[in-house]
Write a protein that binds this ligand. Structure first.
Ligand SMILES: [Zn+2]
Length: 326
């Protein structure tokens, strides 16, 4: 199997310094562990301008400006460090290459990508610009029906915003939803608007949902969405920050079993699937990443509390009643 890799993935991340350290530890460990197991291929040539497929020119100009001096781009937690725009370009080149690999081998993967919080004209949540949205848009412009699946513990709010009024790009996000948990959106009633009504699906899970509830989400909701939407191409944000050991998002209490199942499901889809690594912090993130790539790692599955199982049933009923094609 070929997997995308660039040394620039270990150089920069768009977060406060303590989180940058966790991120680069993850990337370095990933490279060390997969070397010899998979064939590493470089990202495609890309450019900052390519982000204008989905973003406002003003946002791209701001990134260019900060790339020489460094600074915070969203007045919160998204940082541009001097020289980090070249990594951002490689991140975009990485998902574009993953899409090529998807056409060649069915499933393509890049460990760095899935900057899903960036919306049309705004950076947010360590995401200066949205690489996976660019890929989905580029595929849609080729005439493909695109399904975007987001397994990160955080709601894929930026990608949802960009495609909210579109019916040719379906977005499905499975995430933790709880007062005070970032970004605070992604309730199941957010279904899209106008033409796009019914083409934004959200599965908001309570804390400590566990493997059992997550398996139900995949088997009863995500699988059915793919079967009935019938995409030509799937773009997946495969964030592993819902893993039980994750220092930022582990509260969903998912084990390697869930990530193995996500990978298995994505590889079972009959159209090309391009996957991006998404969130995940520290060296420990490599365990769920390898699980997604099909390497089985033994861990005791986590049970699910009744409120998690009931939530899945509630969301399923809501989609059955409100989404005609589902
Ligand atoms: Zn995340």
């Amino acid at each position: 199997m070929k997997v995308v890799w660039s040394e620039s993935f270990t150089k920069h991340f768009f977060a406060p310094p303590s989180i940058v350290r966790e991120w680069t530890a993850r990337m370095k460990k990933f490279k060390e562990v997969v070397s010899g197991k998979v064939e590493l291929v470089p990202p495609e040539e890309a450019s900052l301008e390519l982000f204008e497929l989905v973003h406002c020119r003003s946002l791209i100009e701001r990134i260019m400006e900060l790339d020489s001096i460094g600074g915070v781009i969203d007045y919160g937690d998204t940082y541009i460090y001097p020289g980090s725009a070249s990594t951002l370009v490689d991140v975009l080149g990485g998902v574009l290459r993953a899409a090529e690999l998807a056409e060649e081998q069915g499933f393509g993967y890049t460990p760095y990508g899935g900057l899903h919080h960036a919306g049309k004209c705004r950076a947010a949540g360590f995401c200066p610009a949205n690489d996976v949205a660019v890929l989905a848009e580029a595929l849609a412009r080729k005439g493909y029906r695109v399904a975007y699946l987001d397994f990160d513990v955080h709601h894929g709010d930026g990608t949802q915003e960009i495609f909210y009024e579109r019916s040719d790009v379906l977005t499905v996000s499975v995430h933790m939803y709880y007062p005070g948990f970032y970004p605070g959106t992604g309730w199941y009633a957010e279904l899209g608007a106008g033409e796009g009504k019914g083409y934004s699906l959200n599965v908001p899970l309570p804390p400590r949902s566990g493997d059992e509830a997550y398996a139900m989400v995949i088997d009863l909701i995500v699988k059915r969405a793919i079967e009935n939407f019938e995409p030509d191409f799937v773009v997946a944000q495969m964030g592993v920050d819902g893993y039980w050991k994750d220092p930022l998002g582990g509260a969903l209490n998912l084990t390697a079993n869930t990530y193995y199942k996500i990978g298995e499901f994505l590889r079972s889809i009959e159209v090309p699937v391009a996957g991006a690594g998404g969130g995940g912090y520290g060296e420990g993130a490599v365990v769920p990443m390898l699980s997604e790539l099909g390497f089985r790692i033994e861990e005791e599955p986590t049970p699910s509390p009744p409120e998690a199982l009931e939530r899945v049933e509630e969301v399923l009923r809501y989609f059955e009643e409100n989404v005609s094609w589902f």
